[in-house]
Design a protein. Structure first.
Length: 326
């Protein structure tokens, strides 16, 4: 791991340093050796930690720092890259981090949501909050491969999403019928904007080339079937966007790694707002985001939860495996 010869961690940066150590141990380990090493190095680096302490707490997260640096230099950063940026270009780095969000639009998450979606009465009206570019608004368009069990989507040119599934009594046999779809995001990404798509690519971790290839194929697919993604807040604008859904289909409000970025009070208000809509609510979030019981999740695992209380499955954060519990 790297260290800064200028000295140890400043007292005010202890929480930030611990966050980077946690990211290294629980998120990057086993996925991206480069980012595991980098996160541990940042946790010991006085200059980088001091730069981060000047940012609002939500903007200090590892994914955002690493992607912003990659966006500026055109390659995955090292600790030397970060030291140079915070020394020579701190304003540019801070500007990118202020303007951007960690919109990891990992399309493989559709594979862990599909078993929950096909259980619902068709057709469906899909409303995703935290939708980014809308890549995960197309679960019916992609095809799937559950270790040899194939499910064919509506677009033969779309990528096939591969997932290791355990615990399912019956694997999906078809994609759901979708009558309507829309997304909400504080800062929607434009499929036609090359810089927005470069930003999505910057959020892919080094060492996960399969994710990069999948992203490229998913962007091409979404450009053929562009979903509507509205700029707005997941709570304040939920009812307004939901009002555009037709009356007949089953309304499904869902999200992946979105509620983790709002406080507990807003999560409770969001839960009440979804209930008021009469929608089915599917949450795909880290195990501590919703106050559910009855499921044991490993460090870094996601839980798929229906209506805020029924734990359906444990899942990989990036959709590569699923363990059905319901």
């Amino acid at each position: 791991m790297g260290s800064n010869p200028a000295g140890g961690t400043p007292p005010g940066a202890l929480a930030t340093a611990e966050n980077y150590r946690r990211f290294a141990a629980l998120e990057a380990a086993g996925r991206s050796r480069a980012y595991e090493v980098l996160a541990y190095a940042v946790a010991e680096d006085r200059a980088v930690l001091s730069f981060l302490e000047l940012l609002p707490p939500p903007k200090r997260q590892p994914n955002l720092l690493f992607a912003a640096a990659r966006h500026l230099v055109g390659a995955p950063p090292t600790i030397s890259t970060l030291r140079s940026l915070v020394s020579d270009r701190p304003g540019q780095l801070a500007q990118v981090m202020a303007a951007r969000r960690t919109q990891t639009n990992e399309v493989a998450r559709c594979a862990v949501l599909l078993p929950a979606l096909v259980e619902l009465p068709p057709p469906l009206a899909l409303l995703e909050v935290g939708a980014a570019a809308g890549l995960t608004l197309l679960p019916d368009v992609y095809s799937y491969d559950y270790e040899g069990h194939e499910v064919v989507g509506t677009d033969p040119l779309a990528p096939t999403l591969r997932c290791r599934a355990r615990g399912l009594a019956r694997l999906p046999v078809s994609v759901p019928e979708v009558a309507w779809r829309a997304g909400i995001d504080l800062n929607p990404l434009d499929l036609g904007n090359d810089d927005d798509m470069v930003w999505l690519a910057c959020l892919v971790w080094p060492g996960e080339e399969d994710r990069a290839e999948r992203l490229e194929a998913a962007v091409a697919t979404a450009r053929r079937h562009p979903p509507a993604v509205y700029q707005g807040d997941l709570l304040d604008d939920l009812a307004k966007v939901a009002a555009g859904a037709p009356a007949g289909p089953t309304l499904v409000v869902y999200h992946s790694a979105a509620l983790a970025y709002v406080d507990e009070t807003k999560r409770r208000s969001f839960a009440a707002a979804v209930q008021e809509l009469g929608a089915v609510w599917l949450s795909n979030e880290g195990s501590g985001v919703l106050p559910v019981t009855g499921a044991t999740a490993g460090p870094g695992d996601f839980l798929i939860v229906r209506d805020g209380k029924q734990v359906l499955a444990r899942a990989d954060p990036h959709g590569t495996w699923l363990h059905w519990l319901a």
